[in-house]
Design a protein around this ligand. Structure first.
Ligand code: WTA
Length: 632
């Protein structure tokens, strides 16, 4: 299954386009199925209706755990590195992980969970998070992991959207020198969640928490009541595996749905190939399991391939900006997969944190989540890879389930800031605004995919029409990514960023409409418009233009109040970096906000505002420019 030469990549790619069913049918043979499929693929992008490995039966946890037990049971599956480096790291072998997952799966059953139920997971980056995820999959329950940075309201909205029956959380989380009261946040959320019957709470930080009689139970108590034998539920290839909420251009996040068979094949295949993973190697992905990267490349991808995956609880700068390098040295990490925002942040500390660190174990480097600028690429290459480790700049999305356009480590010649070439099975095309294909090289356009791949989303939970509208209606018969893209003279792809109203802040996807809704909930705010602007570390920062005629007291204080509201409504990750109070917003005669102009102002590029003659009140623009000059 592993591609070892560029020639083989080209052959596999050709085969995957000429005969996709045969290609994926063969890849899928590398996994364990209880029953084979009768059809590899049926599809229709108009409805959309996509089915991979129809008729096949499996359980993904048998692929991630059971099948490794005989030969590799004592091999480390997960190495957990705690937030505090003074604490011991913990290694779970495949045997141990299997045992814990089965035991916790029985806890879920004991608390009423069964196949098809939705379970919300809101936990710190501890091994029990991976165990909870796998335990859901074991019994066929659908997990919906929510990133620890979301507020109670965001959690409640997600729980209600998918009608979760159970919540798994912890008393709290450590992040650097901060402690986050997870259970408190969950308690606030659950006030408005009538479908939740049980909440399982892991003890982690040992902070006092409220435990509601009849609803809340302790993880540690529950596991004592069950044994560790739990046969995996037989799942249909197209049964739901998980829901993961992600932001789009409208205010409400969507529950992206992935199913069992195709997702497993795609996560496993891409993990093995993109990182050129070799048996026995240590692989470290710094993402959080609350995002798709953690799902596919900390849990399912690596474990399906019997790899050793490092799970890190903390942050790159705690207790010092040497932390990643200490972890690499300590666990002899061979592959480091991280985000441009982390690279840029660590870069800003200079070379000092790298002094004396042994990074010689590193063989492959990876980047994900946002475009990586050339400066960061070269720093990563020279300082971390010592010019010897290929960098895989992996482009993909929550909706794609796995990596789509990326170099294959040791195989594809790389080029700074380029995601390079599509993986076998992926057929990208560039289109203009009218959906006309832009052929040839040395061109730019909107990135679409014209043929299905096994890891793609199947629907958005509870609202199939929304899935159709968002991804399959902009251009006929194409999956639209929302990204702009350049294809250079060599046919290499470079992702240039979102072309819709979605921001990418430190690799986190945030919809401008979502942030605007949150700001507009603040008392006194009449209207707001949010745009992104280039930010040295975060990639993009959030710039909010706010109309607020009834300001109480000081302007600075009011800004802080608004930030507090955004934190309450969405979470701290969505806090604007800059707030500018304005008297009006530039609108067309039909009332549409001209974001293009606001973007220019946010970028400080006020000389080229373009045509403003269609505006209802062009004078508003001058006022905003004047005000923006005073804002640092
Ligand atoms: C962006 C993260 C440039 C892109 C896996 C995409 C990237 C969005 C890259 C998806 C990359 C991701 N180069 N841009 N290598 N990887 N993106 O759903 O805009 O959190 O649409 O998935 O991140 O973000 P998501």
């Amino acid at each position: 299954m592993q591609i070892t030469s560029f020639k083989q990549y080209e052959e596999d790619f050709k085969k995957s386009v000429d005969n996709p069913e045969q290609f994926w049918g063969e890849v899928a043979q590398n996994f364990q199925w209880r029953k084979p499929w009768f059809k590899v693929l049926s599809w229709n992008f108009n409805e959309p209706n996509i089915k991979w490995f129809e008729g096949a039966k499996l359980n993904i946890t048998e692929n991630c755990l059971d099948r490794h037990l005989e030969k590799n049971g004592d091999k480390p599956a997960i190495i957990w590195e705690p937030n505090n480096p003074e604490e011991e790291s913990v290694t779970y072998t495949y045997k141990m992980l299997h045992e814990r997952v089965c035991r916790f799966a029985n806890v879920l059953k004991r608390n009423g969970a069964k196949k098809g139920d939705r379970i919300c997971i809101y936990m710190p980056m501890v091994p029990e998070l991976a165990i909870a995820v796998l335990a859901c999959a074991r019994i066929g329950a659908v997990h919906s992991v929510i990133f620890g940075g979301f507020s109670a309201k965001s959690i409640a909205d997600r729980i209600n959207d998918s009608q979760c029956k159970l919540v798994i959380t912890a008393d709290g989380a450590y992040r650097g020198n901060k402690q986050i009261p997870l259970k408190d946040v969950i308690d606030d959320a659950l006030i408005g969640c009538p479908t939740v019957e049980k909440c399982i709470v892991l003890t982690h930080v040992r902070t006092p928490v409220s435990m509601l009689k009849g609803r809340d139970v302790w993880w540690e108590d529950e596991v004592k009541h069950v044994n560790d034998i739990c046969e995996a539920e037989e799942m249909d290839a197209e049964d739901m595996l998980f829901i993961l909420y992600t932001s789009g251009s409208t205010g409400k996040p969507k529950g992206v749905v992935h199913t069992c068979g195709g997702y497993m094949v795609y996560a496993g295949y891409t993990f093995s190939n993109v990182f050129n993973y070799q048996p026995g190697e240590v692989y470290f992905c710094t993402a959080d399991i609350g995002w798709i990267t953690g799902h596919s490349y900390i849990v399912y991808g690596p474990l399906s391939q019997g790899a050793t995956s490092v799970l890190f609880e903390g942050i790159p700068t705690y207790p010092s900006p040497s932390r990643f390098w200490d972890i690499v040295e300590k666990h002899k990490v061979n592959t480091l997969y991280t985000a441009p925002t982390a690279i840029r942040s660590l870069m800003s500390f200079g070379d000092e944190p790298l002094n004396g660190k042994d990074l010689s174990s590193i063989r492959v480097l990876g980047s994900v989540g946002e475009p990586i600028n050339e400066e960061a690429w070269h720093w990563f290459d020279e300082k971390i890879g010592h010019g010897k480790a290929p960098i895989v700049d992996t482009w993909w999305q929550t909706e794609t389930g796995g990596i789509m356009i990326s170099p294959i480590a040791t195989v594809t010649p790389t080029k700074p800031s380029y995601a390079t070439l599509p993986l076998p099975g992926i057929q990208p095309i560039l289109v203009d605004e009218n959906g006309k294909e832009i052929e040839g090289n040395g061109v730019s356009g909107n990135l679409c995919i014209k043929f299905p791949w096994p890891g793609m989303l199947r629907t958005t939970y509870g609202d199939h029409e929304r899935c159709k509208q968002t991804y399959f209606s902009t251009y006929e018969n194409l999956y639209f990514t929302g990204d702009g893209c350049l294809r250079d003279e060599d046919g290499y792809y470079r992702i240039t960023g979102r072309v819709d109203d979605v921001l990418n802040v430190s690799g986190h996807r945030i919809g401008t409409a979502e942030v605007e809704n949150a700001i507009n909930m603040h008392a006194g705010v009449v209207e707001s418009a949010v745009v992104g602007y280039p930010h040295d570390v975060k990639g993009q920062g959030i710039y909010a233009f706010v109309i607020n005629p009834e300001m109480h007291g000081e302007e600075e204080l009011t800004k802080k109040d608004i930030l507090q509201t955004v934190t309450r409504v969405i979470g701290a990750i969505a806090k604007p970096d800059k707030i500018l109070f304005v008297a009006g917003l530039p609108k067309t005669r039909s009332g549409k906000i001209m974001r293009r102009i606001l973007r220019k102002i946010a970028e400080g590029d006020t000389a080229n505002l373009g045509d403003t003659s269609t505006l209802l009140d062009p004078a508003v623009v001058d006022q905003i420019i004047e005000a923006s000059k005073a804002l640092k």
